[in-house]
Design a binder for this molecule. Sequence first.
Ligand SMILES: [Zn+2]
Length: 213
Amino acid sequence: MAKHILIFGPPGAGKGTFSSQILKVFPEINHISTGDIFRENLKNQTPLGLKAKDYMDKGELVPDSLTNELVKDKLETNVGKLWLLDGYPRNLKQAGFLDEITNIDLFLLLEVSRDIITKRILGRYSCKSCGAIYNKYTLPPKKEGICDNCGAEIKFEQRSDDNEETLKNRLDAYEKNAKPIIKYYKKKKLLKKVNAENTLELTGDQIKSILEI
Ligand SMILES: [Zn+2]
């Protein structure tokens, strides 16, 4: 079985959902996400976290070199363990860096059509009273206009920053960026594509076979 796994895919591919499904089948796998690494280091005010905060406060991107150090630091605390890394690498330089500090067994690429991504992201809304999450297309409340969870009245409202134009730009940017990374892992024969349109229907055995190498 793969010991060191990368999970990769466009926004809305369901990386978080699929990661939790994997962790349910293999509780011994440590889920590592760059988002969590940043939050942890900022919260604990580590030297690397403070450096990252400087960039963020100035509204600048955290440079690769610093992100690399943060990831390295985290992986060093996970030596000998199984892990699933989410949110890294984001470019070829980072992929190269990863190869210098560890070995990767599997690169999981979640594939979802643009149509489904668009519905997942643009259809999202939540109950203002209890926070329950719905989707206009894929997960409407059982009774139209009424929250399943708390009974409050709810209606679909699009978030102002989520529209087709901005989403299209995000997806175009992802594809441009992802291409060389996917090619890199394909060349190393580590690429495995997963149809992520319905991962919730995958059985434990199916998930096990995905992680087999
Ligand atoms: Zn509610």
